[in-house]
Design a binder for this molecule. Sequence first.
Ligand code: PEP
Length: 249
Amino acid sequence: MARRKIIAGNWKMNKTPSEAVALVNELKPLVACDDVDVVFCVPAIDIIPVMEAAKGSNIQVGAENMYYEESGAYTGEISPAMLTDVGVKYVVLGHSERREYFAETNETVNKKVLKAFEHGITPIMCCGETLDQREQGVTIDFIRQQIKVGLQNVTADQAKTMVIAYEPIWAIGTGKVATTEQAQEVCAAIRACVGEIYDEATAQAIRIQYGGSVSAASAPELFAQNDIDGGLVGGAALKPDFGKIVNYK
Ligand code: PEP
């Protein structure tokens, strides 16, 4: 069965609520497309206004992070129930910026993935190597560990519905896109790893995105690869170009 592509924007720490509404209004007609899932992952404070602005369109709204506890003394955190209460369906977990600046580990990412599933939120779980790791030849080993720990106690039925984003850290926000071959090779290795953990049916169902300086120019070739089921897009998700990425065919 063909996997439906999923193209998600990661807005990072950009756009005030009023700027966010203006951007959604600008992008809404450009990202209209029946063939792919389109998700805008936005800062927490923008979620409600973006939901309102996106009403009646094909845009689904996701969060950029979430905590793994239900509620309580966790100043500054956002709970899963806070997200589901306003209709959030996706959450980006374990982005490399969260790992680097906010001390997220494979273990905390795993706790968040499990908690997201408990609440019916689809995780977009990120993985990816540094340039040093690539040059040392340990890319696949490193990513297999991220996947294996990130998926601990996740059932096959849950894994089938989730999204993994492969984002080489050296390609994020740098303008350096992985070559199509590099991206396909790692996405295929991720799918094989999922097959080892679960089974072939799960490996074939899970959706794997590539992320890292995706542009309107690079998207068509990247998204045509066998194991690349769409993209997680940072910088270009804030521009009209995102419409071209969504309508890459
Ligand atoms: C990202 O933030 O997940 C990302 C891939 O950013 P960019 O597209 O800007 O490299």
